[in-house]
Each structure stands twice: as C-alpha cells, then as structure tokens.
Design a protein around this ligand. Structure first.
Ligand SMILES: Nc1ncnc2c1ncn2[C@@H]1O[C@H](COP(=O)(O)OP(=O)(O)OP(=O)(O)O)[C@@H](O)[C@H]1O
Length: 263
C-alpha cells in the first residue's frame, strides 16, 4: 500500500486557552485548530475575547491555563522557535514611535536577526508597497491611525514569517491601502503562508478567508471552512443567529429623535 506523507502540523493550535481578568472570564477553555496554508478569520461581538485570545496565541499575554502551538512548537515552553516563524500585528500595542517609519521597520528586521542590508532593503520595499514611501522619514508618532496600522503590518512581515496573526488589520485603513493589504496577504497565503485575522467586517472575512471561527463570551461557537460555518446562508446571518442578543431600541432614545429639542 502506498504510504501517504504525514500531514504537516497545523499552523496554530489552541488548546484549552483560558484567561480571567478579576471576575471576568475573558477566554474560556478555548480550542481552535488553524490548518497550515489557510486564511482564517476570527469574528465575534465586542468583548468576545478575540484580542485576548490572539494575544495568548502570539506570546503577548500569558494564559492562565492552556497551550498555544505555533507550527507544532509550544509557544510558551519553547518561545524562540515558535516566535521566529510568527509575524504579529497586535491591536493597540505601543510602537517605538519616536523612530521614523523606515527606522522602525528596519529595527523590527534587525530584532528578528536579519542582516542590516537585508533589513534596510525589505523596509524600503514594504513601505513602498504599503504607500508609505513618502512618509518613511516621518516619525511614527506623527502618523495617522491608518498609517500606524500599515507600518505595524510592515514590521510583522519584514522577517518573512510562516504564520501571520493580525488583530483588526483593516481598521482605520483607507480603501486603496486595504486593497493593497488584501493583495499582499492573498499572495502570502498563495506562497504557502498562513494568516489568522480578526475582523468585525463580515463581507471582508467572506471575501478573503477560507476558514472562519465565530467567538462569543470567550468560546468558539462555530469553526471550520467558510462554507461549513455559513451553512448555506451569509456569514452575517449565521453570526447573528449564533451570537444573538441584539438590543431592542424600540421606544428608547426618544430624545435622539426629537426634532424640536431644546438646547
Ligand atoms: N487587561 C484587561 N483587564 C481587564 N479586563 C480585560 C482586559 N483585557 C480585556 N478585558 C476584558 O475581557 C473581555 C474580552 O476582551 P477582548 O479585548 O479580548 O475582546 P474582543 O473580542 O477583542 O473585543 P473587540 O471586538 O471590542 O475588540 C472584555 O470583557 C474586556 O473588557
């Protein structure tokens, strides 16, 4: 009988990840398997635990319990090897913003062990691709929110990781830059990389991702291929069905609808 080659390890495996902040159970024994080569979307309502999960999955926040395996390596017991092949775009983490864009991306490359000339060359190429060439010598502290997001993405890509974990990569980014980022990420996956991203924009996840997980109250409610999760409907409809809990605003906020409001 012909021997099948063993499957490659999943790009990311989360097992029983749990995080509590005081009384708040932010992530509740969460399990997730992200196949290598997939483009994986994580969706969920505000406060669902997406950022906390991705922070634990990428070595930014220590879990109370559970494990995160990056390309088969336990990120918390063997961080060096896992992190070497991981690129991360965290949400809201302060960058070294007293550097210029070019200095920041080059510095990220040097930290990841690139030769100076390689780091310099890749920084220039990434900044140009992301439309930041003109702003390359501007301090990052003076960048707009979208520009900051793009320079942080350049930092995540500079060492050519195999797994990219991106928290809200399209937030605050203009449509032209968004299209460029989509193209870069699609090319990254086509080249054998894996992307995990969180987003609130269902259409974007449907357009880009081939796998999706719906997270709510720190747990995975549904996960699998996009078609499995959509189950014949739209992702938005499935999301609303799973997460529910829309507030009823009928009869409230009357003052907002009063045309003769006194000032
Ligand atoms: N450092 C913290 N201290 C206390 N509570 C926290 C902390 N970080 C997150 N939380 C709480 O944990 C829960 C999950 O937050 P998290 O930021 O992971 O959600 P999210 O799904 O990323 O939300 P959003 O879509 O609004 O960004 C929330 O109730 C939040 O208030």
């Amino acid at each position: 009988m012909e021997q099948r080659p063993p499957d490659p390890p999943a790009a990311l495996v989360l097992q029983g990840l749990t995080k509590r902040f005081g009384d708040k159970l932010a992530v509740d024994a969460l399990d997730l398997v992200v196949p290598a080569g997939s483009f994986y979307g994580l969706v969920g309502p505000n406060g669902a635990g997406k950022t906390t999960t991705l922070s634990m999955a990428t070595g930014l926040l220590r879990p109370d319990t559970g494990r995160a395996l990056v390309l088969g390596r336990d990120l918390w017991s063997d961080p060096v090897e896992g992190k070497r092949r991981l690129g991360v775009l965290p949400d809201g983490v302060r960058l070294f913003d007293r550097l210029t864009g070019r200095e920041l991306v080059r510095y990220a490359g040097l930290l990841r062990g690139l030769e100076r000339a390689v780091a310099e060359e890749r920084a220039a190429e990434l900044l140009t691709a992301l439309g930041l060439a003109e702003a390359r010598d501007t301090l990052v502290v003076d960048y707009s929110a979208g520009m900051t997001k793009k320079v942080a993405l350049a930092c995540a890509l500079v060492h050519a990781p195999r797994l990219l974990v991106l928290d809200e990569p399209f937030e605050a980014v203009d449509p032209v830059s968004g299209a460029t980022i989509r193209e870069i990420l699609a090319g990254f996956v086509a080249g054998g990389g894996t992307v995990v991203l969180s987003s609130h924009v269902m259409e974007l996840v449907e357009r880009l991702c081939d796998h999706v997980a719906v997270v709510s109250a720190g747990r995975v409610l549904a996960a699998g291929t996009l078609d499995e999760v959509r189950a014949g409907g739209s992702l938005e409809q499935r999301f609303v069905d799973l997460v529910g809990g829309r507030s009823d605003v009928t009869g409230s906020l009357a003052w907002l609808r009063t045309s003769s409001a006194s000032s």
